[in-house]
Design a protein around this ligand. Structure first.
Ligand code: F6R
Length: 236
């Protein structure tokens, strides 16, 4: 696991977007996407570039259960606003949050993931070390599933909603085994609130208490972290 020190999210976005751009110039890719604050600058840079995704595929990590595509808080809506309306892909996949039949959603997503192995997976990290919505305790061999969001995740994400009560309690998410199948992974973490998770990820044990720690065993992971996120590391 390699890590690169960045000035801020914007700087991380520029570096990650240029890596994506370089690969898309060589071939049509399958790009694993994330939502939340961390990847927004990546999308801003991709929008400004002359990159063409019209022959590439995107697959998002997760979606809230119970929100339909028109809901401004849904990840579908987020992706449309931040990327797809400007840079359409040949096909973009996001779990269908409006379908409450979890078995059906999971089956469909697993078929998609089988059909399209991910070249690059973009990740943020939760304060509790989640990646996707794989909360602490999620088994490392997990595949797409429905998960109850941790309290700390609901609290962290309430900033996007009118209040805590309106944050959905469940999400569909790719599992840790799905994420580990990506050929290359870029994880972006900026800010002090991420420092305990980043310390545990870089210096701690591999444990389901910190789901992201499984990334230590992946052959091609790059972390983009700023001073705040790196502030608890022994070696900065
Ligand atoms: C979002 C996702 C989450 C976020 C994480 C960090 O699709 O899968 O794991 O990446 O919660 O969120 P931000 O970037 O908002 O701090």
């Amino acid at each position: 696991m390699e890590w690169i020190k960045v000035k801020n999210l914007e700087h991380a976005g520029k570096l990650v977007a240029s890596q994506i751009e370089a690969l898309v110039k060589q071939k049509n890719i399958v790009l694993g996407l994330a939502t939340g604050s961390s990847p927004i600058p990546v999308y801003d840079y991709l929008i400004k570039s002359d990159i063409d995704f019209s022959n590439s595929i995107s697959i998002n990590l997760d979606e809230y259960v119970g929100l339909n595509q028109q809901d401004p808080q849904s990840y579908y809506y987020f992706m449309h606003q931040h990327l797809f309306q400007f840079k359409p892909f040949k096909k973009s996949y996001i779990p269908d949050g409006s379908n409450l039949n979890a078995e059906e959603v999971i089956h469909e997503y697993e078929e998609i993931l089988k059909q399209y192995p991910i070249d690059i997976q973009l990740l943020g990290i939760g304060r509790n070390g989640h990646i996707g919505f794989n909360e602490p305790g999620t088994p490392f061999n997990s595949r797409t599933h429905k998960i109850a969001l941790a309290d700390s995740t609901i609290e962290a994400n309430q900033r996007f909603f009118t209040n805590k009560e309106s944050v959905p309690r469940f999400a569909y998410t790719m599992g840790l085994a799905n994420i580990m199948q990506a050929k290359q992974i870029f994880l972006i973490a900026c800010g002090k609130s991420k420092s305990p998770a980043i310390k545990a990820l870089i210096e701690g044990d591999i444990t389901t208490d910190l789901p992201a720690s499984i990334l230590q065993t992946h052959p091609n992971v790059t972390l983009y972290i700023d001073d705040g996120a790196a502030s608890l590391l022994n070696q900065v």
